[in-house]
Design a protein around this ligand. Structure first.
Ligand SMILES: [Zn+2]
Length: 88
């Protein structure tokens, strides 16, 4: 009868080891994906055409060839009211 218990223990041990190995492999895969995302996540900085603030391109608002830090600056830059500013 003790042989049955040993076989059961071995089965549980193998199952547990396989489960741990699977989890370790999944964690290894996720870590590799995170590393690749970290490298590619480096984005370029752009400058607000209105106030000159530097910010990541993903957070900037693009209008034509110009970037802006916020909606107000984009509207202010494009609005015809600000014709007294230097336009070059
Ligand atoms: Zn701005």
């Amino acid at each position: 009868m003790s042989l049955l218990i040993i076989r059961l223990l071995v089965f549980v041990l193998v199952f547990w080891a396989g489960w741990r190995l699977w989890q370790y492999w999944q964690g290894f895969q996720n870590q590799r994906v995170e590393d690749q995302n970290g490298k590619e996540g480096h984005e370029s900085m752009v400058r607000c055409a209105h106030c000159g603030l530097h910010l990541p391109s993903s957070e900037a608002l693009k209008s034509g060839d110009h970037y802006f830090c916020c909606k107000e600056h984009r509207e202010e830059f494009n609005s015809p009211d600000s014709q007294d500013d230097d336009k070059n």
